[in-house]
Design a protein around this ligand. Sequence first.
Ligand SMILES: Nc1ccn([C@@H]2O[C@H](COP(=O)(O)OP(=O)(O)OP(=O)(O)O)[C@@H](O)[C@H]2O)c(=O)n1
Ligand SMILES: C[C@](O)(CO)[C@H](O)COP(=O)(O)O
Length: 382
Amino acid sequence: MTKCAALIVAAGRGTRAGGGVPKQWRDLAGRRVIDHTLAAFAASDRVGRICLVLHPDDMGEAKAFRKAGHLVATGGASRSGSVKAGLDALAVGPDGPPDRVLIHDAARPCVSPALIAAVAQALDTAQGAAPALEVTDALWTGAEGRVTGTRERAGLFRAQTPQGFHFAAIRAAHRTHPAEAADDVEVARAAGLDVRIVPGEERNMKVTRPEDFARACKLLEGHMDIRTGNGFDVHRFGPGDHVTLCGVRLPHGRGLQGHSDADVGMHAVTDAIYGALAMGDIGQHFPPTDPQWKGAESHIFLRHAVNLAAEHGFTITHADCTLICERPKIGPHAQEMRTVMAGIMGVGVDRISVKATTSERLGFTGREEGIAALATATLVRT
Ligand SMILES: Nc1ccn([C@@H]2O[C@H](COP(=O)(O)OP(=O)(O)OP(=O)(O)O)[C@@H](O)[C@H]2O)c(=O)n1
Ligand SMILES: C[C@](O)(CO)[C@H](O)COP(=O)(O)O
């Protein structure tokens, strides 16, 4: 099976969508528009290298995409200019020019794996392939709020992306195309390439106007795998001069005992993520019998759970941790704890909660024999 490179153009300004921020960076069902689009291509076994084309003002986002192994190019003033920049970047990428390329709008975040595969497969026997839907409504011309005529709709299609081509041919076509073009099919046809129509999908809409966000959100949520996991942990007090809770070291008259740094809060959050994935628990991944984890800092465990979630296509959208202890007082440190855990988890601080309660001096936490923590985590895969 020949793999295709994916070229995702995201350098537009989204003026029709409004909202203050270009649409590809706006939140849609718990993730940015561009992240939905990228995830769809990253999950396809027909796709190899991925190149994202960003606006010069958005290059601050490039680092994270490059870290994830993707190419990033700087876009042009028009969609065609951005496609050209992406094709040039792919041509000199670390693997050399790809055989085939699927060119897609970042603004089509609901693209399905089946459609990506259908376009890629069509390239086995076609010079170009792109999805489209037959026009089913009557077509009018109009001016000043009045209908001025009707048009024949037979043979008319609504074009979608991804538009797939053999790489060298579409790069040459874009290089020599004299003017702007609505899409890559127009450029390909002007160069004499034959383009096959693949049945498009209604769900593969382009987010263009403000009202499109609600529709795209519904479509994505219908396909969402939303998981909630819980975690619970206890560590007993022993000799020591500090405790580490949710990644923050707090001076204390006693320390928490454990094989690792005994960060009971971070352990509960880590277990909540494993729970949402239904992939065991911290003891299974980091056995206490293994000497290499003696005294280990708990961010190692949390990072492992976070990476496991990402490997399985999940985004962590929220975590909530409750620490149960009489002392130390958590309130003054909760913000720092949230910041530390959000940093490790790669999510906004507004998605991480840390709070505390006493047990009214009842039970082992009330007698200050130890600290307990419970946590929930919510994970989403679209
Ligand atoms: N100079 C440009 C213009 C558009 N695009 C990308 O082309 C796709 C389709 O374009 P469109 O929906 O028109 O996006 P915008 O140009 O951002 O929207 P608008 O025309 O409303 O400003 C989008 O993913 C957009 O980011 C691009 O990469 N570079
Ligand atoms: C390429 C495209 O998505 C095909 O429908 C579309 O032409 C790009 O969007 P625009 O609104 O025309 O810029």
